[in-house]
Design a protein around this ligand. Sequence first.
Ligand code: AMP
Length: 195
Amino acid sequence: MSQVIKSVCVYCGASTGASPTFLKIATDVGRALGENGIRLIYGGGGIGLMGAVADATLAAGGQVVGVIPEHLQQAELGHRGLTELKIVDSMHTRKRMMFDLSQAFIVLPGGMGTLDETFEIITWRQLGMHDKPIILVNHDDYWDPFLDLVDHVIDNGFARSATRQLFSVVGSVGRLLDMLEGEPQTREPSYPERI
Ligand code: AMP
């Protein structure tokens, strides 16, 4: 990563998940962003891991920009304490704005929305629409089935093996920060060397 990352998008669940450790990793990531002066861009909700990341970044003195469609403000409890909450007209506008405001993308545990956002940002990179880092935080191996699915697709000839290089995988917040700070990726076993 050639430039210093000052603004990152976090994709994660609007739920808290079945284990308290999910909330912990979200809080740890949010705090790390705030403490390191990295602005958080996210979906603007006040619930689940989304709310936890935002709260932790704010509590650590960081800046948080939320982007939420008007129709989701109630369902996802649009966060009222953010540095800025951008209210947009649609999901597509939300995703595009989150993309434009961010220099890198972090994926934490999440559900269908998180999967949608992750696949989209990976496919945009595959299509050459951007070259921004995408980093999966594989907390407690949560994303192993995702990685297995990508392998399955590659093994069956529907994607090239280079697809694995479109994103990175880290196992800890420390490694995540190393990557955002542009340290050599060899310190973290990346997805291609995972096996
Ligand atoms: P989830 O991972 O399902 O808990 O959702 C996480 C976030 O993704 C929530 O803010 C959802 O509103 C958002 N989301 C859900 N579906 C989509 C979609 N198709 N496109 C963009 N964001 C979505």
